[in-house]
Design a binder for this molecule. Structure first.
Ligand SMILES: [Zn+2]
Length: 336
């Protein structure tokens, strides 16, 4: 069987005609297999959704009880038969519950890795290399210029700034699912045990992470009352990046704006966003990790879903490895 007969790109996303299911569809479909809870991969309104228990819980938190018609939780390492096609979920190391989905039929193995990273992250299960014939990878940071530094060293910059500017409120922008909890956990692992204040948009997901055994320490709502303007002097406040552009941020004492994202490697982006303290912390692979993963998985073909496809496709070809871009649209990652 040709790989395209088992899985191929459509406007709604990757589709398996034999099992009649889509993977991470960008529009409502009858049957969806979902890799992780970021809003560009996990959308509401599908008939049936198969995903890990944690991804299903996260979808429910974000979209409400009726986020889909029916759901089926799949554990890591567990295989599910869908009309004669086997689907098996393995950890992707991207955010809590994130999975790669291995699709198999008649000995042909196609692995959809979703979004993934290789760096250490105590807030989710680590990526597992899965041998396969076709490896489907993202390429968000698929250019040789992208090297992500040690995240603890980045958090070190934040802690140094807190000492240097003890009166300023340090506002750290981090996406609500995954990045925010990882940043809080990193701050704790670097020895900071003061209360950390969070924007209301992070509350439910932080509670969920804590409930899943990811300790985040003393986190409190960042609600400003007129009587307590000094409460946030020299405090760490974590919120979604969008909140820092509105009035909410200006109520803090001499706010120092920070942002945790892989894109903070690009100085221009930090400048444009008015970010005083950029922290390069990414939940995606950098260039060396992408290459390392492809070497390790050792597929006979690579398909690249989204991001900077051309450089990665070219690199594969130079290794004698057939590769092609899928040009999937609709994946503007909320969790870079
Ligand atoms: Zn993602």
């Amino acid at each position: 069987m040709k790989p395209e007969a088992l899985l191929h790109p459509t406007p709604a996303g990757l589709f398996c005609p034999i099992g009649r299911f889509h993977v991470d569809p960008v529009r409502p479909v009858e049957r969806a297999l979902i890799t992780h809870g970021h809003s560009d991969h996990a959308r509401a309104g599908h008939g049936k959704v198969l995903a890990t228990r944690q991804t299903l819980d996260i979808m429910r938190i974000r979209y409400g009880e009726d986020f889909c018609g029916a759901e089926q939780a799949v554990g890591f390492g567990e295989s599910v038969d869908i009309d004669g096609v086997s689907a098996c979920f393995h950890p992707a190391g991207h955010v809590l519950g994130s999975a790669q989905i291995l699709i198999q039929k008649d000995g042909l193995r196609i692995n959809v890795s979703g979004d993934y990273k290789r760096g250490v992250d105590p807030t989710c299960a680590s990526f597992v290399p899965v041998p396969c014939d076709v490896f489907i990878t993202e390429a968000t940071f698929g250019l040789p210029v992208f090297h992500h530094p040690d995240p603890k060293a980045e958090i070190g910059k934040l802690l140094t700034s807190l000492k240097q500017f003890p009166d300023r409120s340090h506002l750290v922008g981090a996406y609500a699912l995954g990045k925010a909890q990882r940043v809080i956990r990193l701050i704790r692992d670097c020895g900071y045990d003061e209360p950390i204040y969070i924007h209301g948009a992070l509350a439910k997901l932080c509670d969920y992470y804590q409930g899943q055994g990811i300790a985040l320490g003393d986190i409190r709502p960042a609600t400003i009352e007129k009587s307590t303007p000094d409460l946030f002097k020299g405090a760490v406040v974590v919120g979604p990046p969008s909140a820092f552009q509105d009035r909410w941020a200006r109520r803090f004492n001499e706010p120092l704006i920070s942002f945790a994202s892989g894109w903070m490697m690009v100085r221009q982006r930090a400048k444009q966003g008015g970010v005083e303290l950029p922290l390069v912390i990414s939940d995606h692979c950098d260039w060396p990790e992408l290459l390392e993963t492809i070497r390790e998985v050792s597929p006979s073909e690579v398909w690249v879903t989204h991001g900077r496809e051309e450089a990665l496709v070219r690199w594969c070809e130079l290794q004698g490895l057939p590769a092609r871009p899928l040009h999937l649209v609709g994946y503007e990652d909320e969790g870079d």
